[in-house]
Design a protein around this ligand. Structure first.
Ligand code: ADP
Ligand code: 5GP
Length: 235
């Protein structure tokens, strides 16, 4: 007999969850600008299968090498405002003088399809998302020092010195929020930080509560007796 929702008797511990479609896991990554989160996130998405990197909208201008629809949807302020008014963002915030937002529909569609989603967003956005999705997994990436951060922002050579100054001025305010994140990764050695991040993603996927356990039930628990509803052998 094949295993279907209809022919599964509930286990002693409660209703059988495995018959439900697995909901995707929502991962949030934040870090002060220049820490290396984009570098790390690109690698994580390349290395971890079935993880979708959400693409945000922003009113910031593209940096050299950035493409509309790849790094961001580059959007005019009026268009962005219209999207706010129509509640098209799961969260949005003004960061370093520009507007950034996570499109809501693509995010919820992926989660409903059981696909894990990665949001690379600032602290204000992370706090909004945590309120709406209480089982989201939040990770804060910290640079090894202020000096290293300044060096990275300058070496990236993508922002003017005024813009770099503006980003450095926000670091303390952002780092104050580290306790609101479930995990902290120090991005000193890139390879080690990447391994640490990947371990978080993999461990979260292995949590019992998140897993599709139908195969355990089908292989070990659905004996002929349990299928016929006889549960006397179970505690
Ligand atoms: P963010 O997305 O956090 O603003 P980026 O990923 O753009 O930061 O990285 C900023 C700069 O720092 C880039 O030039 C990147 O190559 C460099 N970088 C990232 N991680 C490290 C690291 N662990 N050690 C040294 N440089 C790094
Ligand atoms: P950057 O201009 O360096 O690409 O990003 C600046 C900051 O905006 C980073 O902290 C980045 O994580 C954040 N950010 C990017 N997309 C979003 C978003 O959709 N929402 C929010 N709240 N922040 C975002």
């Amino acid at each position: 007999m094949s295993v279907t929702t209809e022919n599964l008797a509930p286990l002693p511990s409660g209703p059988v969850r495995s018959s439900m479609r697995r909901q995707g896991i929502l991962f949030i990554i934040s870090a002060p600008s220049g820490t290396g989160k984009t570098t790390l996130c690109k690698q994580v998405v390349a290395n971890i299968p079935d993880l979708w990197h959400s693409i945000s909208c922003t009113t910031r201008k593209p940096r050299p090498g950035e493409e509309h629809g790849r790094e961001y949807f580059f959007t005019e302020e009026a268009t962005f405002q219209g999207m706010i008014d129509r509640h098209e963002f799961a969260e949005w915030a003004r960061v370093y003088g520009h507007l950034y937002g996570t499109p809501r529909k693509s995010l919820t569609d992926k989660l409903d399809q059981g696909i894990d989603v990665l949001l690379e967003i600032d602290v204000q956005g992370a706090l909004q998302v945590k309120k709406k999705f209480d089982d989201a997994v939040s990770i804060f990436i910290v640079p090894p020092s202020m000096t290293a951060l300044r060096t990275r922002l300058q070496a990236r050579a993508s922002d003017s010195s005024e813009e770099i100054q503006r980003r450095l001025q926000k670091v303390t305010e952002e780092v104050w929020h580290y306790r609101e994140y479930a995990y902290i990764v120090r991005n000193d050695d890139l390879g080690r930080s990447l391994r640490e991040l990947e371990n978080i993603f993999l461990a979260e996927r292995l949590k019992t509560a998140r897993m599709d356990t139908a195969w355990i039930e089908a292989n070990f628990l659905l004996t002929d007796e349990s299928k016929s509803g006889d549960r006397r052998d179970h505690p």
